[in-house]
Design a protein around this ligand. Structure first.
Ligand code: GDP
Length: 436
């Protein structure tokens, strides 16, 4: 995400490196580059200009006696400005009412239905809600089926009225149904068109007026660049929505939409979609997005994700085993499962600062663990607990059973042995590297 923009910015900061201070002259070139990078990244021209003007004003006002390098200082200024441009602080979705009603809007294909499912799943698992999904697309029966499939996947019921062509009535009935069935959250997915059209706008405005949602969200495909900004503006003029959802930020997007939408419609971005799966949804954090654009990685999200998956009990058990050098292949397998739970390997790895760029051209295979798992599965329970008994004959049998080669098995056993030694040292605070 955003690689293009962050690389360009990095290059423009280099110009400032080695300069003693930020002056009108040496900053001009950098600012020009930043502006160009932003425009190329699909940031609205006016937004880019205002942005660089403000950065300039802040930069020139800086005390030249600062202990920072001018380049570093510029990174900081640009970072803070980016975060400010994207809204400054995180804005939560309003789900206090009972039932809280959330209405989706956006063009067809923007990812509305997918997002409705993701949001239901997130609010159910993280905020203890009992959601009801409502299929209000009266034009495409396939859209109703799609929502039903998603609902089933995440264990959330879907309200639909097959054959009813009145979206307002369906939405009203759905809210009634939710009240009767103790759903404290109603998420209404509406019909979208490929382009803005009057009838669609009228219909969604009528649905909004009828059910008075506590939150109207506008869903937009971030890959559509400048168009995303224009569509956002039109929808906002008609619906006065409360927040924006940027989808498909996992794709080859230039990210400019995130930067401009907030400025143009003055509504906060609340969520970002980062994949097709139901858990590929993140709350939008302006500060972190700015970190990410500047290629500093999103270490906070990374840590949070890791913490979510972290099992304290298990970790205590493991460290005891480590200290006694009893770490075995069952534990190893458990660790692999933990890592896989964190999601797509490349996504996880690219959140580590500095990794995003390094991983740009690397093909990551999520099946990288498959052969390792196959090898471990082909061991007997006794062998897993006592890896030292795995001799030549056993190795041959394991290789055959797992469809790998004896070299693969040898490699894994060697790695495991080294890992065990290293872990033992770490657990006894004998670090395998010198302290400074
Ligand atoms: P709708 O017409 O607005 O309801 O859009 P859909 O929810 O049907 O999404 C359109 C397509 O975009 C589907 O193929 C989705 O799987 C895909 N999609 C939705 N959100 C994301 C996302 O965040 N990332 C990626 N890569 N694909 C997405």
């Amino acid at each position: 995400m955003f690689e293009n923009l962050s690389e360009r910015l990095e290059r423009s900061f280099k110009i400032l490196k080695g300069q003693g201070s930020i002056t009108e002259i040496n900053v001009a070139e950098t600012l020009k580059d930043i502006r160009k990078a932003l425009i190329d990244a699909d940031v609205n021209y006016k937004v880019a200009k205002t942005f660089t003007d403000e950065v300039k004003e802040k930069a020139l006002g800086q005390d030249v006696l600062t202990s920072l390098q001018p380049g570093q200082l510029m990174v900081k200024i640009v970072h803070d400005e980016l975060a400010r441009l994207m809204g400054g602080t995180t804005v939560d979705v309003n789900i206090k009412a009972n039932p809280a009603i959330i209405l989706m809007s956006g063009l067809q294909g923007s990812g509305k239905t997918t997002f409705s499912g993701k949001l239901a799943s997130m609010l159910k698992s993280k905020r203890g809600k009992n959601p009801l999904l409502v299929a209000c697309d009266i034009y495409r029966p396939a859209a109703i089926d799609q929502l039903k499939v998603l609902g089933e996947q995440i264990g959330v019921p879907v309200y639909a009225e097959i054959g009813n062509k009145d979206a307002v009535e369906i939405a009203k009935n759905a809210v009634k149904f939710a009240k009767q069935n103790n759903h404290d959250l109603v998420i209404v997915d509406t019909a979208g068109r490929l382009a803005i059209d009057e009838q669609m706008m009228k219909e969604i405005a009528a649905v909004k007026a009828a059910i008075q949602p506590h939150e109207t969200l506008f869903v937009v495909d971030s890959m559509t660049g400048q168009d995303a900004v224009n569509t956002a503006k039109e929808f906002n003029d008609r619906l006065d929505f409360d927040g924006v959802v940027l989808t498909k930020l996992d794709g080859d997007t230039r990210g400019g939409a995130a930067l401009s939408i907030r400025t143009v419609v003055t509504k906060p971005i609340k969520f970002v979609g980062t994949g097709e799966k139901m858990d590929a949804l993140d709350t939008f954090h302006p500060e972190r997005m700015a970190d990410r654009i500047l290629g500093m990685g999103d270490i906070v999200s990374f840590v949070e994700k890791a913490q979510e998956m972290y099992d304290e009990e298990e970790s205590r058990r493991l460290s005891k085993k480590l200290a006694k050098n009893q770490f075995d292949f069952d534990d190893f397998m458990g660790q692999l499962t933990q890592i896989k739970k964190m999601g797509n390997l490349k996504d996880v790895a690219s959140m580590i600062p500095g990794m995003g760029k390094a991983l740009k051209d690397v093909e990551f295979d999520d099946n990288v663990f498959k052969s390792t798992e196959a090898i471990i599965h082909s061991m007997t329970p006794f062998e897993r607990k006592n890896p030292e008994v795995i001799n030549g004959t056993r190795r041959q049998r394991i290789a055959k059973g797992s469809g790998t080669t004896i070299q693969d098995v040898n490699r894994l056993l060697k790695q495991f042995d080294e890992m065990r030694k290293m872990m033992k040292m770490v657990s006894q605070h004998k670090m395998p590297f010198k302290r400074k």
